[in-house]
Design a protein around this ligand. Structure first.
Ligand code: SAH
Length: 243
C-alpha cells in the first residue's frame, strides 16, 4: 500500500480535499494511507519554538534545523523505504514522470515549510530532496503536498479503473492532451469537430495526434522543444532533463 506521511505545522489540513472523490474513496478502501506528523512535537524549548530569525538579517522566520531533523528522523524510522521530499520553490519542478515513479514506490514522506522556509542544512544533514510544484510562491508547503499526493494517488492500481489508465493524458507522452467535446453537438452555434462524429477511428486518432502536437507547440513551446529534441535524437543541452 502507498504510504504517505506529511510533516507539517498544520496536520488539520489533511486529508482535506484528499478525503473526497477519487482519492477519498481510495483512502477509505485502504489503497493508500495518510499519516501526519506535527513538527512542533519535536521542539525542545519551553516555548516549543519551531522557527527563529534569519542569520544575516532580513524579514520573516526560518524553520529550525534541529527540530526539522528530529521530525525527519522520526518519519524515516517509521518509513525507511519512503523518500523524503521537502516542498520548496527552490526545488526541482515536479513532473509527471516523477509522480509516476513515486506512485510505483512504497510511498512518500513530505516535509511542509512555513515562514521563509527551511534552514538549508537540513538538505545536507538528512536525505531530504527539495521539490517545487511550480514557479510561484505559496504561504506553506501543505497545498503542495496535497497536489503531489493527488497526482500520485490517481495512478495507484484500482483508483481510476482500467478504462482511465491515464496513459493518454497530458505530459505522459511529453505533449499536452488533445481537446475534448461532448453533447450537445451544437452549442451557441458551435459544433463538435466533424471528424469526431465520423466514426472513423483512424481519422480520429490522426486528428487527436495533430491537435496534441499543435496545441503543445503553441501553448507550451518548452515542452514542444524537448519533445522534438527527443524525437530527432538531438543530444540534450546541459540543464535539459528528459522525462
Ligand atoms: N522564502 C521562500 C518561500 C517560502 S514560502 C523562497 O522565496 O524561496 C513558505 C513555504 O511554502 C516553503 O517553505 C514551501 O514549503 C512552501 N512553498 C511555497 N512555494 C512553493 C512551491 N512553489 N512549491 C512547493 N512548495 C512551496
Amino acid at each position: 500500500m502507498f504510504a504517505a506521511t506529511v510533516l507539517t505545522l498544520y496536520p488539520e489540513m489533511f486529508p482535506g480535499p484528499l478525503g473526497l472523490s477519487l482519492a477519498g474513496r481510495a483512502l477509505a478502501e485502504g489503497r493508500w494511507s495518510l499519516d501526519t506528523v506535527q513538527i512542533r512535537d519535536f521542539a525542545t524549548d519551553r516555548h516549543r519554538s519551531v522557527d527563529d530569525t534569519p542569520a544575516g538579517g532580513g524579514a520573516g522566520m526560518v524553520m529550525k534545523v534541529d527540530v526539522l531533523a528530529s521530525a525527519v528522523d522520526h518519519a524515516l524510522a517509521a518509513r525507511p523505504d519512503c523518500p523524503v521530499l521537502a516542498m520548496s520553490p527552490r526545488g526541482a519542478p515536479l513532473t509527471q514522470a516523477r509522480v509516476r515513479a513515486l506512485a510505483a514506490g512504497a510511498g512518500v514522506t513530505i516535509l511542509c515549510g512555513r515562514f521563509e522556509g527551511f534552514d538549508e542544512r537540513i538538505f545536507e544533514g538528512r536525505p531530504v530532496e527539495p521539490v517545487s510544484i511550480g514557479d510561484y510562491v505559496l504561504s506553506g508547503g501543505e497545498m503542495g503536498a496535497l497536489v503531489l499526493l493527488d497526482a500520485c494517488v490517481r495512478l495507484l492500481p484500482g483508483v481510476m479503473g482500467a478504462a482511465l489508465s491515464g496513459d493518454d493524458e497530458s505530459f505522459e507522452t511529453g505533449l499536452l492532451e488533445y481537446p475534448h467535446y461532448t453533447r450537445p453537438v451544437e452549442w451557441e452555434g458551435r459544433t463538435i469537430p466533424e471528424v469526431l462524429r465520423s466514426g472513423d477511428h483512424a481519422r480520429i486518432a490522426a486528428w487527436r495526434k495533430s491537435m496534441a502536437e499543435s496545441d503543445t507547440r503553441l501553448r507550451r513551446p518548452d515542452l514542444w522543444e524537448r519533445h522534438e529534441g527527443a524525437r530527432v535524437g538531438r543530444p540534450l543541452a546541459r540543464g535539459d532533463e528528459r522525462d
